[in-house]
Design a protein around this ligand. Structure first.
Ligand SMILES: CC(C)(COP(=O)(O)OP(=O)(O)OC[C@H]1O[C@@H](n2cnc3c(N)ncnc32)[C@H](O)[C@@H]1OP(=O)(O)O)[C@@H](O)C(=O)NCCC(=O)NCCS
Length: 169
């Protein structure tokens, strides 16, 4: 195997201090959608990302490393005061570096500062990696939503309160 083909397919260990979290922009969309395709069986349509950019510019964030988008998170504030995490994904090559945690911390901070009374999200019951990440951040499993996903899988609805987030923000 040549070095270049190894380079393109092996997970990268990178220092988190070199990763920047910033609001997403229109020119990030193709990279965001690439990561989405690599991360989920079903994808959101491009139009939804575009709408999200327009309606939630402060809580649609990307992680950038070396000029490349390596992850994103989409959050929004519901009229009832729930801050909701709609989607989060990290480029498979860059997982395990703390980027998912950094994206979640950044979006939670922004949602709480904008007045979220609590933060909610749904996650597949089989997605142990994401559940571990959310629990590490203080989210608690509140209930199971039967058949939430189109393939019939159940979801946990998980919640984080500002009290649990506590002195972190
Ligand atoms: C879930 C996801 C966003 C995590 O991103 P990441 O950058 O790899 O996560 P981090 O490196 O920040 O890890 C944070 C925590 O997640 C958990 N975690 C990360 N990798 C893990 C693994 N391989 N196995 C178990 N837990 C793991 C750990 O608790 C970890 O904390 P620690 O490093 O202190 O032990 C990423 O795996 C992903 O994009 N998955 C596909 C998309 C997806 O499932 N999104 C969630 C939909 S609800």
């Amino acid at each position: 195997m040549s070095l270049s083909s190894r380079d393109s397919s092996f997970p990268r260990k990178i220092p988190l201090s070199f990763v920047t979290i910033r609001p997403a922009a229109l020119f990030d969309l193709s990279e965001i959608m690439r990561i989405e395709r690599q991360s989920f069986r079903e994808q959101y349509p491009r139009g939804l990302f575009l709408m999200f950019l327009e309606t939630n510019p402060e809580t649609f964030l990307v992680a950038e490393y070396n000029g490349k988008v390596v992850g994103y998170v989409m959050g929004y504030l519901r009229p009832d005061g729930e801050g909701h995490i709609m989607s989060i994904a990290v480029d498979p090559l860059y997982r395990g570096n703390g980027i998912g945690k950094a994206l979640m911390e950044a979006v939670i901070d922004r949602l709480i500062k904008r007045g979220a009374r609590y933060i909610g999200l749904e996650v597949r019951v089989s997605n142990e990696r994401a559940i571990k990440l959310y629990e590490k951040l203080g989210f608690k499993k509140m209930k199971i939503i039967k058949g939430y996903y189109s393939d019939g899988e159940d979801a946990y609805y998980m919640v984080l309160t500002p009290d649990e987030w506590g002195g972190r923000s």
